[in-house]
Every structure is written in structure tokens, then in C-alpha cells.
Design a protein around this ligand. Sequence first.
Ligand code: SF4
Length: 489
Amino acid sequence: MSGAATFLGMPAFPIAAREALADSQLRRNLRHATGTIRTKRANVVEELDDWEPLRLAAAAVKDDVLADLPRYLEQLEESLTKAGATVHWARDAAEANQIVVAIARRHQVDEVVKVKSMATVEIELNAALEAAGISAWETDLAELIVQLGNDLPSHILVPAIHRNRSEVREIFLREMGKVGMPADADLTDEPAELAGAARRHLREKFLRAKVAVSGANFAVADTGTLVVVESEGNGRMCLTLPEVLISVIGIEKIVPTWSDLEVFLQILPRSSTGERMNPYTSTWTGVTPGDGPQEVHVVLLDNGRTKVLADEVGRQALRCIRCSACLNICPVYERTGGHAYGSVYPGPIGAILTPMLRGVGTDEATDALPYASSLCGACFVVCPVRIDIPEVLVHLRGEVVDAHRGGVPGALQAAMSGAAWTFGRGSRLGLAQRLAGLSGRVLGRRGVIGRMPAPMNRWTDARDAPAPPRESFRAWWSRTGGGRRGDSR
Ligand code: SF4
């Protein structure tokens, strides 16, 4: 399998969105959550005089990497290997899952702890581990809520954004005891109590696990350093306590040098959680004897990314740092939530990334995604790496249309090709105008213009189609010398 997974059995966006819109509780939860993050983000971005230069710098760094990706990947592999890590290359989800399962099996474990990672959700790693008899415990609070609730993530950063705290309490009371330490029977829906219950439940898993799985926000090519930024400290536990660490990272996560992190560590927390700085930034460079995991594996994942790179318009999507600012600002996402997109990556970035990773023309649900937008442009305004999402959406809509044309040009394409040929030379345009004037006189006299036969009536039913003038401007100009010779007609 290649490309981001879509949720099995989910209807295409137009149907799923209609169902989501009918759920008033969901809309309340989303309005409250996205509104809060939006305000926080706007306040901390406002503080910086150099926000736009930072955006430009971040986009430039990412573009530099994408323009020379093979060289940077080889440099990263060399740096990681020198630092004691083992590098694996995975063409697609199946290969990446096989690599992770094989490492876990070699260590004879029946469970792993996980740091929140979109790449591992994309490849459906948890299901692959489960099929191999290995339980994967999510340790991020929101991921834990989704996992315990047997639910699907609906936001990149806050996968359980569609749940309110009383729903979380019910899930904890009902499910925690089935897979580990239960929640106290008198648990309330106070956020501090819910966090305490999660902490106790997870702590025994952290202390027991021999193998951890993570992603990485950034991979520094010249030092071989991987970086995870997070808010809860669960990542720090996963990255330091177990004996073996496996990091699955998309090949676009590279930044060339350590100093490039300076830009990203300013824009990411501000754009994602609306904080000046994220509470935990963990960095690790291969293996350090006597400190942290003594066996480090890095799985470099393609899974459709080279296909995206080949798309001149769409490749800018590979700059994405998964901050989710575009989700929080999007009027469509705020009303439908993430499940309606039916894909691991919801919201505006999902509407472009999923079709490009999977390829358009494969299924109805994927092809619907580029249309899940009003093209208002708010996503581009907030994107810290300046991805012009509306531009890519329009480009993909064209690709979807082309994919369903079956090689036969549609009426619009035929008309546009004809117009291009006609406008390409003055003599052709003059002839066309003379013919139009002549036909206009005939059709106008017979009253055909304005009530065209099918299929042209699909145009004229809703629009006026005035009869062409008897004489074009060009013909009038050459006959009268631009009016100097008088108009005797
Ligand atoms: S597209 Fe831009 S705004 Fe959206 S998640 Fe990616 S980096 Fe953030």
C-alpha cells in the first residue's frame, strides 16, 4: 500500500460533512476548541515583528531541502550511522510496518509505547503491530482518548478535539481498566483529575516498556539529530526510558543544519498550540553509551512523498510541519470536524496531501477532498511555511477532472483548445469574428440565440447569450481608419 490511509468505510466528504453538520454537540466542541487555539495563536504571532521574515525563512529552508532531497537524505543517513543509529529505508507503509514489527519481534516484546506520530498513523502501524500480537500503547493524552474510545483521530495536533471532558471521563471510566490501571470510580470531569488518571494509567506502561516508537518533527542532516517537540512530557519518557527506540519519519522532515532549527522552533509552537515555546523539546543523536536507548533505529519513509515531490505545484505541501494552524482557521473544518475528511490528515492540508500521497482517480473519497474547501485562502495566511493551499486545491481539482475524462477531452477543454487556436493568430481571429457576425445575423433573425438547444442550453439557461455584432471592432477599424474616414453604414 502506498499513500496516506483513508478511513475504511467512511463515505466521501459531501455525505460525511452533511452528517457531521447535523451533530450539534460536535459543532459546539469544535467551535469552542478551534476558537480558543485560534485566539492564542493570533496573540503570540502578533507579538513578533519578524513573523513574515520567519515564514519566508522557513519556506526557503524547506525548499532548499526539497530541491536537493537525495543529497540531504544520504547526508542524514551517514550522520545517523556515524552516531550509532541503524537506518532503514521504507518505500511504503507495508515495508515500514514490516521493519518495525521485525525489530519488536527480535526483542521478544508483546507491547511498545508510542510518542504521538502522524507518520505511524499514516502507515497504520498500530494495526500491523496488533496483527503481530504486539500491543501499541499511545501515550499522548489525546491519542490515548482516541485509542481507549476505539475512535478515529480528527485533528493533527489534538486528535480527540471532537470530545468534550464529560465524554473523556466516561471513556476513562469504561475503558482504562480493560487495558491497565483503571481510573478511580469517583473520577470527575475536572481537567486536572482526568490528566491525573491518564498519568497513573500510563506510568506503569512507561516503566515496563522495553521498546518505544516515535516519529520526529525534524531530522538535522549534518548532525543526525532527531527532534520531537511536545507539551506533556510523555515523549520525553518514551525517548529516554526504553532500551530500544524506533523512529519512523517522513523523508521530508529534514532540515540541513542545527541552526536551521532556530526558525522552526519559533514558528511551530506559536502556530500549533499558541505558545511562545513548547514545554518539551527532546533531541537525540544516535546512541549515547549509558544514557537513553542503547539501540536506535530510524525508518525513513517515502510512502508517496517522492510522487508529491514530482508535482511542481503540489510539492510545496512537503514543507508542512504539521502545526494544524490551517485546520483551526478553516471555516469548513470548524463546522465538519476532521472525521468527515475520512483521512489521517484532515482539514486543508489533508485536502491536498492525501490526494497527492494516494494519487487522484483512485477512489471517490480521495477525489472529493480537493473540493472540501471554499478557497477563502485563510489557510495560506496562517501557514507558517507559506504553503499556498488554495493554489494546490485548484490544481488538484484539475487533476481529478482529467483523471475521470478517460483520455477523451470534455466539452470545456475542447472549447478552450479551440479558443486558444483561434486567438493564436490575428487572421484566424478575424475570420472567426466574420463568421460569428454572419451566424449571429442568421441565428438572431430566427430567434435561436438565447434559447440554445442541449447541451449548449446548460450555459444559456442561466445566462444571456447576446447575438454577436454584425461587424467586429477590427473590421470597423480597418473599414473606417479608426473613424477618420467616416462611417457611411
Ligand atoms: S499546511 Fe501549514 S498550517 Fe497547515 S499544518 Fe502544515 S504547516 Fe501547519
